[in-house]
Write a protein that binds this ligand. Sequence first.
Ligand code: SF4
Length: 683
Amino acid sequence: MAVCPYCGTGCKLNLLVEGGKVVGAEPLNGVTNEGELCLKGYFGYDFINDTKILTPRLRNPMLRRSRDAAFEAVSWDEAIRYAATKLGEIKAKYGPDSIMTTGSSRGTGNETNYVMQKFTRAVLGTNNVDNCARVCHGPSVAGLQVTLGNGAMSNSIPEIEHTKCVLVFGYNVADSHPVIAKRIIRAKERGAKIIVCDPRKIETARLADLWLPLNNGSNMALVNAFANVLINEGLYNKEYVANHTEGFDEYKKIVEKYTPEYVEAITGLPAADIREAMRIYAAAPSATILWGMGVTQWGQGVDVVKGLSGLALLTGNLGRPNVGVGPVRGQNNVQGSCDMGVLPTEFPGYQKVTDPEIRAKFAKAWGVDSLPAEIGCRLTDVPHLAETGKLKAMYVMGEDPAQTEPDLTQVRKGFEAMEFVIVQDIFMTKTAMFADLILPATSWGEHEGVFSAADRSFQRFTKAVDAKGDVKHDWEIISLLATAMGYPMHYDNTRQIWDELRELCPIFYGATYEKMEGLGAVPWPCRDLDSPGSKYLYEGNVFQRPGGKGLLFATEWRPPQDQLTEEFPLILCTVREVGHYSCRSMTGNCAALQTLADEPGYVTINPKDAKALGIRDQELVWVSSRRGKVITRASVTDRTNKGAVYMTYQWWIGACNELTIHAVDPIAKTPEYKYAAVRVEPI
Ligand code: SF4
């Protein structure tokens, strides 16, 4: 029994095995997928078999003793000894905060992420641990924690099809979470109204009752205008606001000027459509807001998340079934990485590193005198910290920042500046090319554990095949390294790790392996052994903030940070595509998915822009920004709005992150992947 390793929908499936090889996948009746899969679920398994389509599986530890030397295969003993010695030397010479680690939000499980953050805090002595939520839904966590007290989806995935209004904001559902897209279709079939806010005519916009193609970079202005309409037209729930929220007066003052007419020039939307959207949303007996990277990957992502939660608070669409706010997590276990404390601010279970009592609890359980109190650095801090000499070593597990972070020239300089880089992965990624030591891990399908779906559901997954080659489970490798560094860490299996973390995390305590196996999924909070978990949050409209009330919080709109000029007149926005996933190391090694789309990538462009530039469909073009230049293919389509172009981020040829800007949200430090000024020209 497996849980799909791709998006956060958490679809359950069976891997079909013949002769020790995975030969197929069939859907299971999981809580979130109910017998459905998308094409990645059906055809995304054969990277396990080492197809070597894009890159071969890593099969043994590899070391290079100097940066100009070639990698040589070494034994695990030598690899672990070398890593322990180097990390120990760097820690002694520059201090614990000169080292950073990452968890993985992809195929590895919650138990591994727990062990990685424990290693970072208890052995290295730093809170420098992060995961790729930093570059995706970090603003959702930061924003919702402030306004509602919990950074996760408020309601469950199955509830989506029972709501009467779905407001989809900056979220390409069909490409990102196809099985959730089906739930939206079923909601519509049951009579729900669908509103889509997206500059592109994405698939979901085609079935929308109202599509608002707002200008790129105008999210905050539109959300403020939505609030303005709800208040000025008396559409908000006055009783709910009075009883369950705070901050209304200040909030009202800020959104006052954002009348639909005022934001017409910023958003490019007719005032009447903005009003109509909120009349539909407020009139629905139940409404949910779903969002994706189109909301979070902005310099103002946290503010927009706070604004979206404000719409739900104004209308009382929280604290009951079939309503809520939904930051729908992208990678299959990015919710889990955060749950497990792979964050510079939090221990597992969202317990703050700055709280002395919490630190004392974890220090006692982990058998160390003390744990670091200072908040650690973020993934997006790495290039700058490495180049300025503050970060000397990095241990990257199951992530590929040299492909997925913005402004890759800076990222490469950062990795080159570090004294020691460990990459633990299943494939030779772009980041592994900067490594001094490569540690090969078992893959999804070869290990077991627990994943967290986007709706907070813990689900068990089991192994289908034995791993080939001299590889180890991620948590075993980390434990060996911890032990070699003088901190004995011994686990026999993932259950031991899971039970240790349950004891330390009150909100996960009741989620036992047995319960997950019996119920299929256990959504946290699940505090008691006899509780089935919490399908929706904020029951009784009690928010997880001091005083229990939700916070209404508005912010002024700020324009994006990169500047359009005559030289760089088009907006580049990075997006997702249905066939490939993340850095493509997994889907690029799956025969069916690779056939669907291959190098070089493509840039989608509106027919009017293409004509003005003399560009024809499928022609090779240069795309340049202030930071770099790449070659790619033009895809001319009227689904793309005029003035903007779109690229997906997984291609080695045509890597759009050569072009993106390292401009970040000041709170979440999430990059503005959605707005870089570029030029497109024929070759
Ligand atoms: Fe996998 Fe997501 Fe597709 Fe489900 S919707 S099969 S979890 S990629």
